[in-house]
Design a protein around this ligand. Sequence first.
Ligand SMILES: [Ca+2]
Ligand SMILES: [Ca+2]
Length: 89
Amino acid sequence: MGAHLVAIENGEEENWIQNEGVGDKWWTAGTDVDSEGSWYWAHSNNTMNYTNWSAYQPNGGSHENCAATDGGKLHDYQCSAELYFICEK
Ligand SMILES: [Ca+2]
Ligand SMILES: [Ca+2]
C-alpha cells in the first residue's frame, strides 16, 4: 500500500495531527476541485463529512480547491501553492 495525503476524517485524526505538531499549511487530501463546495478526500472519494474549517474558511470559491492544515484546522488554498505535505498509510 502506498502512502497518500492525509485525510482528517474524525476528531481522533485531528488530535493526531495537532499532537504531531503539524504546522500550518500542510496539504491534506481534501479537495473540491471537481465541484465547487463539494469537498471530498481525493484518495478515497469519501465526502468530507468531518470538517473543521478554520474561521472564515473555506473562502476561496473556485480559486481555492485544495485543503491544507491551519493550526490543526482546515483552510482552502490554491492547489498550485507550494506547501509541505503530510501522508498517512
Ligand atoms: Ca473551492
Ligand atoms: Ca482560503
